[in-house]
Design a protein around this ligand. Structure first.
Ligand code: AP5
Length: 225
């Protein structure tokens, strides 16, 4: 009888140890797959200065991969055009080429990401632009349950960005505003390049080529060619 009891106790502890081992290895696999930049993930940021071609390339990516396109500049321009309370608040800031407050932008992005077109992926165009926006985005992604992100960085010289914007002619494409936007880009957004580089999620793209050549480089990276 004593032998039977000792044997039963040993069997119980052995089974318990096995079960605990399985559940902890399952946990670590799950956290790895949701926390790291998954090769197949279509959660993207397109980063670059004013006129680098973010909008142009984001539209091509959306057409190819059927994911949501979130352009914070476009959302804000619509608010201004509709003369909403937010539009009236940001109109002057945008006309001067300055940045809208991080808290406003983070709320806009979190709400926009709830739309059905972002369910299977999205590209963020013009966001994040500051380190607090980047860390705010990490919180948003955690709440959504998938923190993987890849950052496409379009490298273009100031001279080329200025040339492109001067020949486009949007309301904020005046000589003075372009100069201000490029200055603010280097001051506030340049640090993001280093931030994402250190995380290993930055993909550098030569944005100085033709639109088609840039698109081909991006497509090769995204389809793993
Ligand atoms: P936003 O709309 O994001 O403006 P931006 O960053 O200045 O960028 P652009 O839209 O001017 O350029 P792009 O890189 O998209 O280039 P595009 O493809 O259009 O923001 C506007 C304002 O909103 C900000 O200044 C700020 O006030 C506010 N804002 C927005 N987001 C914010 C945020 N997160 N936080 C705070 N404030 C925010 O191309 C430009 C031109 O070049 C086009 O004519 C195009 O045809 C041409 N082109 C593109 N690629 C090429 C190429 N490879 N070769 C030749 N021409 C090209």
């Amino acid at each position: 009888m004593r032998h039977f009891l000792v044997f039963s106790l040993m069997a119980f502890f052995f089974t318990a140890i096995l079960l605990l081992g399985c559940s902890s290895s399952e946990k670590s696999e799950n956290s790895e797959s949701s926390g790291s930049a998954d090769a197949a993930s279509m959660q993207l940021i397109i980063l670059g200065g004013p006129g680098a071609g973010k909008g142009t390339q984001a539209r091509a990516i959306v057409d190819t991969f059927k994911i949501g396109h979130i352009s914070t500049g476009k959302i804000l321009r619509q608010e201004v055009a509709d003369s909403t309370e937010l539009g009236m608040l940001v109109a002057g800031i945008m006309a001067r080429g300055e940045l809208v407050a991080d808290s406003i932008i983070l709320t806009l992005v979190e709400n926009r990401l709830k739309a059905p077109d972002c369910k299977d992926g999205f590209i963020l165009d013009g966001f994040p632009r500051t380190i607090p926006q980047a860390t705010g985005l990490e919180g948003i992604l955690e709440r959504r349950g998938d923190t993987s992100i890849r950052v496409l960085y379009l490298e273009v010289s100031d001279e080329e960005m200025t040339r492109r914007l001067m020949s486009r002619g949007r309301a904020d494409d005046t000589e003075e505003t372009i100069k201000n936007r490029i200055g603010i880009f280097h001051q506030q957004t340049d640090p993001l390049v280093e931030y994402y580089d250190k995380k290993g999620t930055l993909i550098r793209i030569n944005g100085e080529q033709s639109i088609e050549a840039v698109a081909a480089d991006i497509e090769a990276v995204l389809s793993g060619k």
